[in-house]
Ligand binder design. Structure first.
Ligand code: ADP
Ligand code: MG
Length: 626
């Protein structure tokens, strides 16, 4: 078999669920239906949840928002081109060092990171911060909760004079200030809160549907919609944990599998991941079962009446069953990450699920990403399984940020998947306040937040389509900025700075990931603005753009296309383009940059191709010569 044959996509029949069904589905030809959300056209509002239509124009922004939510605020790569870089790193280090005493008192983990700095043996006390450290290291250093004696620093010289002296390192300084956070973890997106204010209704609805599973029946499939940060993932995870706990309590075989389709975004990967998870579960099941049977056999060998209550007639029957189970265990064949034909992956998954009686809830988070990337085959196959399964039942819970994504589904998939729909509306400012208040109580030391901090974070995030993630990011970033300022309280100004930082991180991420042609158009706009041109028109942008293309040997697009790219930049909020009428000369656009010029230029120039443009000044000058 060639690589091609064994690749992830097996075009021949991805509807593998249709093992004996494909013949019954002659009209099904949707394997390559494209799912570009922007080409959706009209949809019938009657089959849409209430506010499904409302966020079209913000969707692309939402999508682009996500990466920076995940990375830049942790001080990782997105700010790399800006001078906030070192700040972010500092902030992160301070987190680690501040967290150490609380979380790992006396243990070795984490302490290693401070080792270099605090180890008196270390001769390298002259790092970049050394000067600052010496002046900052006062007599009252290491006050408050941070007690160096509590840290097992792997050195017997717990000598204060040393610690205050020249050999102090990078981390001493950061360990010093009164820490602001009690537990910063609580404000991170990865944290699953135990209480979800203002989601009672949605959580109850999910529970009402899923309780069926605890009665041994198949729950209806559920589709959950809502914009980013409306608590979909948190609520779904909360419900699934409760479901599993309860099923264990009552010994009902019910299992929940969670898959994030933004990460696991092809049919092959989804099915492979599910297959392997169920194989694992089956292995555990077999181990437990053989152990039970083993002890039953032992008891039965001693006294024959031990078998009375059991399904076995004699010891031999138990032995046979144990052998069977062991053979099954041998036969499990985990799916490799690539390489199998899709139908083999599917049947492995199918057999693993059907291995014994149970109800399985498969949660597909960010399901719209899966459909966008790989079409709806996975959903089609999953939603048809129940008619073939003998022992188990499958129920699907799909979670989507894109309120319109079902428009791109095969009608049968759509109706099966959307048996029940639950909408997560955006939070308003008051609700966001409650959410922040709850989290802040555990995240911060007492009395750290000044009065207006939470209301302001809530207000900013409410403007950002009621995004709780943004609210929490703001609060965390504000805390980090206060920590960096070494102030004792988090103030309103920290929230404002946090808002700017997050917004800038977003812009950086959006600009960084633009296609080259759009970057060139944007760069042309920036060059004009730098030369004091405002209300730039499309023709002017086009002229500079053309010169830039020639300079770096890029294809020159038509002015019409460039106009489209400008509109896209406008939609992303990078430029502001308004159409103005020029009387009998027709209409033109007036374009102004709506993001910080310097930072944006820096990001553009970090693109190796655009960085090739050595001296753009003459192009712009020539504009004035015409
Ligand atoms: P979504 O999946 O809708 O994009 P998440 O469930 O990931 O949103 O929520 C984003 C962040 O906001 C998470 O950190 C989550 O814990 C928090 N969050 C959302 N809703 C609530 C709520 N009602 N109470 C507490 N925290 C919440
Ligand atoms: Mg989510």
């Amino acid at each position: 078999m060639t690589d091609k044959d064994t690749g992830e996509e097996t075009p021949a029949d991805d509807r593998v669920g249709a093992r004996n069904q494909s013949a019954a589905d002659p009209d099904r030809n949707s394997t390559d239906r494209r799912t570009d959300p922007d080409e959706s056209g009209e949809s019938d509002p009657s089959d849409s949840p209430p506010d499904r239509d409302s966020n079209d124009s913000t969707r692309s922004q939402d999508d682009r928002n996500r990466p920076d939510e995940q990375t830049s605020l942790d001080g990782t790569d997105t700010s790399a081109n800006l001078n906030t870089d070192s700040d972010s790193i500092t902030a992160d280090m301070s987190t680690q060092s501040v967290d150490i005493p609380d979380e790992t008192k006396g243990s070795q983990t984490g302490v290693e990171e401070t080792d270099e700095g605090t180890d008196p043996e270390s001769s390298d006390g002259s790092g970049p911060l050394a000067g600052e450290i010496e002046t900052a290291g006062g007599a009252d250093g290491f006050s408050g909760d941070i007690d160096l004696d509590d840290l097992d620093l792997d050195t017997d010289a717990g000598d204060d004079s040393e610690a205050d002296g020249a050999s102090r390192g990078l981390f001493d300084d950061l360990l010093e200030g009164e820490p602001i956070f009690e537990s910063k973890e609580v404000l991170r997106p990865s944290y699953t809160p135990h209480e979800l204010p203002h989601r009672e209704e949605q959580i109850n609805k999910m529970a009402t549907i899923l309780v069926t599973a605890l009665r041994g029946d198949t729950p209806s499939n559920i589709l959950i919609y809502g914009k980013t940060g409306t608590g979909k993932t948190a609520s779904a995870k909360f419900v699934s944990e409760e479901l599993e706990t309860t099923s264990q309590k009552y010994e009902v075989p019910c299992e929940v599998e969670y898959i994030n389709c933004e990460v696991t975004d092809t049919q092959y990967r989804v099915l492979a991941q599910l297959a392997n998870k169920f194989i694992d579960k089956n292995e555990t099941y077999i181990e437990e079962r053989t152990e039970e049977l083993g002890s039953l056999r032992d008891r039965a060998t001693d006294a024959a009446d031990a078998l009375e209550e059991s399904e076995f007639d004699d010891v031999e029957a138990i032995e046979t069953r144990i052998d069977e189970l062991e053979d099954d265990l041998e036969a499990f064949d985990p799916v490799p990450m690539t390489g199998w034909p899709t139908d083999r992956v599917y049947s492995t998954f199918f057999d693993a699920v059907d291995y014994h009686e149970r109800v399985v809830v498969i949660m597909l988070d960010e399901i719209d990403k899966l459909v966008e990337k790989s079409g709806d085959d996975t959903l089609y196959n999953l939603s048809r399984m129940n008619s073939e399964l003998e022992n188990s039942r499958v129920s699907i819970m799909g979670i989507s940020n894109d309120l319109k994504f079902t428009d791109f589904l095969d009608p049968r998939v759509k109706s099966s998947l959307g048996e029940e729909e639950i909408v997560f509306p955006p939070y308003d400012a008051t609700q966001l306040r409650d959410i922040l208040q709850h989290r802040a109580e555990t995240a911060f030391k007492p009395e750290i937040l000044s009065e207006d901090v939470i209301p302001l974070c809530a207000a900013f995030a409410a403007q950002e389509h009621g995004d709780a993630r943004r609210a929490l990011d703001l609060l965390r970033t504000a805390g980090e900025l206060a920590e960096r300022d070494r102030t004792e309280t988090v103030e309103e100004k920290h929230v404002r700075k946090a808002q700017e930082k997050i917004e800038l991180d977003r812009v950086v991420e959006v600009v960084r990931t633009l296609p080259t042609q759009s970057k060139l158009v944007l760069y042309a706009t920036i060059l004009l603005e730098k030369n004091g041109v405002h209300n730039i028109n499309t023709g002017e942008v086009f002229n500079i753009y053309k010169r830039l293309c020639q300079e770096i040997d890029a294809d020159v697009l038509t002015q019409r296309r460039v106009t489209d790219l400008i509109s896209e930049l406008d939609m992303l909020g990078i430029v502001n383009a308004i159409v103005v009428s020029k009387g009998r000369y027709g209409r033109t656009k007036e374009i102004n940059l709506s993001v910080p010029q310097e930072e944006t230029e820096a990001v553009l120039l970090s693109d190796s191709r655009i960085g090739e443009v050595e001296d753009a000044q003459p192009f712009v000058q020539s504009r004035f010569d015409n």
